[in-house]
Ligand binder design. Structure first.
Ligand SMILES: *[C@@H]1O[C@H](CO)[C@@H](O)[C@H](O)[C@H]1NC(C)=O
Ligand SMILES: *[C@@H]1O[C@H](CO)[C@@H](O)[C@H](O)[C@H]1NC(C)=O
Ligand SMILES: *[C@@H]1O[C@H](CO)[C@@H](O)[C@H](O)[C@H]1NC(C)=O
Length: 246
């Protein structure tokens, strides 16, 4: 009896993403460019055969002017670098700036019949991107735990599509799922009910990077590159030493 109760409690404790935590928040700084580190807040939900916690977001070519965000194959591999456009509240890819070419922007699709109900595929495509993506809330309203936010409420996910094919079909796709569970104050860790079973809910955490000199310039006009909160080295953060995010 006692053993059974103990095992049940131990199981619950292990499954809970919220363990006792320290005080204060992991120290962050500011940069005009950042990469995205995948953070699985409930580590028990990570893919057992291909853990994604700590990998970075990188997009692969999937058509003319189209790129699909996936996760790095190696934890140490290079990642996409992004910046906030303050001018139109979009997220754009750094290093693609040029006065003669269009920008590359983070795009959200809305094709439920293709991607599934509540699920949105993402792209890093020619053009400014979908307004409403952004990193941190800006210098006047910093967040204790900055992460990428989307045009609507919900969560980023990484989905195992089961197949990998040449020509731009990445097996692990970074996508977005609509939902309202984690958006209320202090509900940072609440699981979203609409996450499909082949997907893992994640936060995309900013790691500071060096901006490219021509970021913000494009044939479609120039935009102001915003400063965003970011961590110098996400992998070195021991989250349990800091307060819970909210
Ligand atoms: C990252 O995930 C860990 C659990 O693996 C969690 O404790 C921490 O709060 C998360 N950090 C952010 C900024 O989401
Ligand atoms: C964008 O800025 C660059 C560098 O200052 C300049 O050469 C270019 O003409 C600008 N483009 C537009 C559309 O204003
Ligand atoms: C993280 O911090 C906790 C609390 O201080 C400590 O018990 C744990 O060993 C640390 N983990 C690592 C990997 O350093």
């Amino acid at each position: 009896m006692l053993t059974a109760t103990f095992l049940t409690l131990a199981g619950l404790a292990a499954a809970s993403p919220i363990a006792p935590r320290g005080e204060g928040y992991a120290p962050y700084t500011w940069s005009k460019a950042w990469s995205l580190v995948v953070n699985v807040t409930d580590i028990s939900t990570d893919f057992p055969n291909y853990p994604i916690h700590g990998r970075k977001v990188v997009s692969i070519h999937s058509g003319a002017g189209l790129n699909t965000p996936t996760v790095t194959k190696e934890f140490s591999a290079g990642a996409d670098i992004f910046f906030n456009s303050e001018t139109d509240r979009t997220v754009r890819r750094s290093g693609s700036g040029s006065p003669t070419l269009p920008p590359l922007g983070l795009v959200e699709y809305n094709n439920p019949s293709i991607d599934g109900e509540h699920v949105h595929a993402l792209g890093v495509n020619f053009g400014p991107g979908t307004p409403g993506f952004g990193m941190s809330a800006g210098p006047l309203n910093p967040r204790p735990c900055p992460h990428l936010w989307a045009p609507q409420e919900g969560t980023f996910v990484v989905c195992d599509r089961g197949i990998e094919a040449p020509g731009g079909i990445a097996r692990y796709a970074v996508q977005f799922v609509d939902g309202e569970a984690n958006s209320a104050p202090r509900n940072y860790y609440a699981p979203e009910p609409n996450v499909p079973s082949n997907c893992v809910a994640v936060k995309l955490i900013p790691q500071c990077e060096t901006p490219a000199p021509e970021d913000g310039q494009s044939s479609q006009g120039n935009v102001t590159v915003g400063s965003a909160q970011c961590y110098p080295d996400v992998a070195s953060i021991n989250w349990s030493q800091y307060a819970e995010c909210w």
